[in-house]
Design a protein around this ligand. Structure first.
Ligand code: ASP
Ligand code: MG
Length: 401
């Protein structure tokens, strides 16, 4: 007998029939002799709808009240799912995040879990009940409701699995697992049996929106093996763990991220402290800079280019213009029509020629590379947005098919 945490996302519980579908998955796990703790998200688009409702009242609602509002979505799901389980004759109880012992810091709308008090969950398990816990929510030290940020239910599930020392943590969703590329765009994309935490972290931040990034970080920290699996189609999913079987695969995935803008500052003085002066202006506005390129100086001048999230591009340009006197001016420009295409794979660390294969695939499509960055398990290029899908297909062909 094992203790299994099963998390179900919003689409998996979006209506009556999906709720009963989930209840049957839980019942089957129970009947196989396991203890089950369930974490659920709000149904379908509930969270978005609640955000829209708030916007009808206020353009800048208090963050405390937003969390009070948004937490209600998950509360609906847990009650309905517990009722469905009871309809099927399964003994079940629903618990809010605070009843289940999620203690968080004070940061409304992006709270972090500080401590888990699992006595209540454990005592319900001891009474042979399925425990249905609301994801995404917790309580801060003033006993006010907090939420963990969008997609936070994945994190709730991992935190519970870690605190309860669960044998397994299954993340049920509306896709069948993690693929080598977006299967809607690349028909040849294949489902991965296994992937490492580090590879998953890279792929998630690159736009493969299967698992919330924080949940993967937490799973890595506490070594909670995750299984991403479909709630609709009962086939084996993808296991995310510390060390995955490479199976001869150098590259685990090819991802595209259109959420990038390239900012260039040309003709700045080629003197010490220049990069510090430029990037401190962005740090003051909490803007994350990703890839940085600096030309070698000539005639006392040099050029700087770097990428920022698309949504921060305007604010970054404004910060640079306002602070231009600090770094001696220059020509500031922004290119919003770019995309980052990356390959990810722990296996590439020990292989040569990976970059050259990737660049050859781009050359075969006559795609120009604007920037390149590499890490031990990833190579990214910045290219024109309009070339991005073609690039992913060509690179995927070169490595995976
Ligand atoms: N309901 C929340 C959201 O939509 C949390 C979650 O789904 O994980 O972001
Ligand atoms: Mg999700």
């Amino acid at each position: 007998m094992a203790l299994i945490v099963q998390k179900f996302g919003g689409t998996s519980v979006k209506d009556r029939s999906r709720i009963f579908n989930v209840a049957r998955i839980i019942m089957n796990t129970r009947n196989a002799g396991h203890d089950v703790v369930v974490v659920v998200s709000a149904q379908g688009d509930t969270t978005d709808d609640l955000i829209a409702k708030a916007a009808e009242i206020s353009s800048s609602p208090s963050r405390r009240e937003m969390d009070m509002l948004l937490a209600s979505g998950e509360q609906i799901s847990i009650a309905l799912l517990a009722m469905a389980l009871q309809e099927l004759g399964v003994s079940a109880v629903s618990l809010t995040g605070w009843q289940a012992g999620f203690n968080t810091d004070r940061a409304y709308s992006r709270a972090r879990i500080k401590r888990m008090d699992t006595e209540r969950v454990e005592s319900e398990l001891a009474r042979n009940r399925v425990v249905v816990v609301a994801g995404f929510q917790g309580l801060n030290r003033s006993d006010d409701i907090t939420t963990l940020g969008r997609g936070g239910s994945d994190t709730s599930a991992v935190a519970l699995a870690a605190a309860l020392h669960a044998d397994r943590c299954q993340i049920y969703t509306d896709v069948e697992g993690v693929y080598t590329a977006d299967p809607r765009k690349i028909p040849k994309a294949t489902k991965l049996k296994e992937i490492t935490f580090d590879e998953m972290l890279e792929l998630a931040s690159l736009g493969a929106q299967v698992l919330n990034n924080r949940s993967v970080e937490l799973a890595k920290k506490y070594n909670v093996e995750l299984e991403v699996i479909s709630s609709i189609n009962p086939v084996p999913g993808t296991v995310v763990k510390e060390e995955a079987n490479v199976e001869g695969m150098l590259i685990k995935g090819v991802a595209k991220d259109s959420d990038v803008a390239v900012i260039s500052v040309k003709n700045v003085p080629d003197v010490p402290g220049m990069s510090f002066k430029v990037f401190s202006l962005l740090a003051q506005r909490n803007i994350n800079v990703d890839i940085i390129l600096q030309s070698s100086g000539a005639e006392g001048k040099k050029d700087l280019s770097f990428t920022v999230p698309l949504g921060d591009a305007e604010s970054a340009v404004a910060a640079l213009q306002n602070g231009a006197s600090r770094f001696g001016g220059g020509e500031i420009s922004v290119d919003k029509n770019c995309a980052k295409v990356s390959i990810v794979g722990a296996g590439m660390q020990s292989h040569s020629g990976v970059a050259s294969t990737m660049f050859e695939a781009l050359f075969s499509q006559n795609i120009n590379i604007k920037m390149i960055s590499t890490s031990e398990i990833k190579i990214s290029v910045i290219i024109d947005e309009q070339d991005a899908d073609k690039a992913v297909a060509a690179i995927h062909d070169a490595f995976i098919n």
